[in-house]
Write a protein that binds this ligand. Structure first.
Ligand SMILES: Cc1ncc(COP(=O)(O)O)c(C=O)c1O
Length: 440
């Protein structure tokens, strides 16, 4: 990738240059207006944490394509795996002719799974599909219908997963009617709602009889919901509760999985073995690949051809997935996630001392966030300020993402291959943006 000088780029950061403007005009004419983008420019090339736009400006990407780029943009090993596999065969449909990359990736993922029970894997295309299929598996296994989900949850945009997702706008408004038998309960949030497990359990029982529940679907750390880490006791107690009532516990690790939190699955750090784990995003470095990994006793209930799809577990995506695991292991990215977590935590605590806007600092491993509030007492969300900080960071050459039901959380989804110097540069840009907005 060619370097453009920082000074040449600076004048244009945060705006579309002439080439981007041309392309964006073409986009407006033919692309559905719902397909908006965070960046105001079009990309030309990317590598690691850096993206270069069509006008030659370079940005640090702290969003990693919404968390898909644990190993960074266009990692050479991933690119080589894609090239080499696509020269052999690109598609067969695993249900017509099976192939080794599917099996090899399943074998390697099973080794990362928490717990001792034998495991199975099935691959799909998107995170939503993984969640939807986990629910299908749980329903088939239990012969029950109800699904329990959480306030603040995000599980996707298909009919079932949209129903399971919390946020009305933009995900659900005018898209009803929704799927039946989905019950929403609070997520024990240490900052806003640190409810005890017994209160949580009483609330659930007021909504639905646990003996009718097929699955509880939980993000071990909420992603779109604002990187909310539940109270420490919650997930172990939830595990016990599900076992007691014969409920399939599904961990949606589409955002937390593949090493972002410092262990391959976040579930490990809470000491739980879910019955099913949903994977996606970084699994194949952004190629469409997702999966459900789960206890054989649950997954084996589902009969021949009851789950699947034309493209699921595509061989090129599986080859990319194998390369992702090679990089994760070879470059010790789990350790790097923990190290990045410590660095982010230290800087964020400094920011919190300095800027009253920062109500909460939280996360696990490299999955870290700042929650911004107008007032630390009332905790009123500072949504507009968050948008301005993102815009300010963009003007300083850093692409940042927000999250949270009220859009007031700044979340870090940076590639784990980021260099210390890039991290420093990105955090300095964030500090300057915080300063700018804090001083009005
Ligand atoms: C926890 C979680 N589950 C499911 C999804 C849906 O994934 P996809 O957009 O690939 O369908 C997402 C996407 O952000 C997610 O964060």
């Amino acid at each position: 990738m060619q370097q453009s000088t920082a000074e040449a780029g600076k004048a244009e950061w945060g705006q579309a240059g002439p080439q981007s403007q041309e392309l964006l005009k073409r986009k407006e004419r033919v692309v559905a207006p719902a397909c908006t983008s965070l960046a105001p420019f079009m990309i030309a090339e990317s590598r690691g944490t850096v993206v270069r736009d069509v006008d030659g400006n370079e940005y640090l990407d702290f969003t990693g394509g919404w968390g898909c780029l644990i190993v960074g943009h266009t990692h050479p090993r991933v690119v080589e795996a894609i090239r080499s596999q696509s020269e052999k065969y690109v598609h067969t449909d695993f249900s017509v002719i099976p192939y080794e990359p599917y099996v090899a990736l399943a074998e390697r993922l099973v080794r990362y799974a928490p717990g001792e029970r034998p495991k199975r894997v099935a691959f799909f295309n998107s995170g939503a599909e993984a969640v939807e299929n986990a629910v299908k598996i749980a329903r088939f296994h239990t012969k029950r219908r109800a699904v329990v989900v959480f306030e603040g949850a995000f599980h996707g945009r298909t009919l079932l997963t949209m129903t399971m997702t919390h946020k009305a706008s933009p995900y659900k408004a005018h898209f009803g009617p929704f799927a039946p038998d989905v019950y929403r309960v609070p997520f024990p949030n240490p900052y806003r709602n640190p409810m005890s497990f017994s209160r949580w359990e009483a609330h659930l029982k007021s909504l639905v009889d646990p003996e009718e529940v097929a699955a509880v679907v939980v993000e071990p750390i909420q992603g779109e919901g604002g990187f909310v880490v539940p109270t420490r006791e919650f997930l172990p107690k939830l595990r016990e509760f599900c076992t007691e009532h014969g409920i399939v516990l599904v961990a949606d690790e589409v955002q937390t999985g593949v090493g972002r939190t410092g262990t391959f699955f976040a579930s490990e750090q809470f000491g739980i073995e879910p019955d099913l784990i949903c994977m996606g995003k970084s699994l194949a470095s952004g190629l469409p690949l997702s999966g459900v990994l789960g206890a054989a006793e649950v997954v084996d209930s589902v009969p021949d051809s009851a789950i699947g799809g034309t493209y699921v577990g595509n061989p090129v995506a599986c080859a990319a997935g194998l390369a992702v695991l090679d990089v994760l292991e070879g470059e010790k990215l789990l350790e790097r996630a923990r190290e990045l977590g410590e660095k982010l935590e230290a800087r964020f605590r400094e920011f919190q001392q300095k800027f009253v806007l920062i109500g909460d600092v939280r996360g696990l491993g490299a999955m870290r966030a700042l929650e911004l509030v107008k007032d630390r007492e009332t905790k009123e969300p500072a949504s507009e300020e968050t948008a301005r900080i993102i815009e300010g960071a963009l003007r300083r050459g850093v692409i940042l993402a927000k999250a949270g039901l009220y859009g007031n959380v700044l979340r870090m989804l940076l590639p784990l291959v980021i260099a210390d110097e890039e991290l420093e540069r990105g955090l300095n840009a964030l500090r300057e943006a915080l300063e700018e907005v804090s001083s009005g």
